[in-house]
Design a protein around this ligand. Structure first.
Ligand SMILES: [Cu+2]
Length: 146
């Protein structure tokens, strides 16, 4: 009698194990799919510009690229930090989008047409240094032309 109960228990245990194996396979497949989505690339490069209005134009241009998660341009450093999905876009596409809005980047010269249409205060100096340390405020005044 004891042996019968034991073998039933063994069979049930085996049944349970095989069930567990099946469910495990399913969750494994699901977790691989999820991990594909999280692969952000961080990039920073120089972009010329003057003020807060430049900042919003530059960031809007970068954010308009499909796959860009965030963009932050530093007015003192003349530099942008971008986070994007490398499977959807690449660095050159972001450079071109910013250049199309009228702003020079390290790699692509800004569109002259768009530059002419920028507000007067935003028509930055094309010889402006990019990737500044952010500590050379005194230099900004020499370009002012009051
Ligand atoms: Cu501006």
């Amino acid at each position: 009698m004891k042996q019968v109960i034991l073998s039933v228990a063994v069979l049930m245990a085996m049944g349970l194990t095989s069930c567990k194996n099946e469910t495990k396979k399913e969750t494994d497949a699901m977790s691989t799919e999820v991990s594909k989505d999280i692969a952000m690339t961080d990039l920073s490069f120089g972009v010329r510009g003057n003020c807060g209005m430049c900042k919003s134009t530059i960031e809007k241009a970068a954010n308009s690229v499909d796959g860009v998660a965030s963009a932050n341009w530093d007015v003192d450093k003349k530099k942008i930090d971008v986070s994007f999905d490398g499977s959807k876009t690449d660095a050159m596409t972001i450079h071109k989008a910013i250049a199309a809005s009228g702003y020079d980047t390290e790699k692509v010269a800004g569109s002259e047409e768009a530059y002419k249409n920028l507000p007067g205060c935003c028509q930055y100096d094309h010889s402006m240094e990019m990737n500044q340390s952010g500590e050379t405020k005194a230099d900004d005044h020499s370009n002012h032309g009051h």
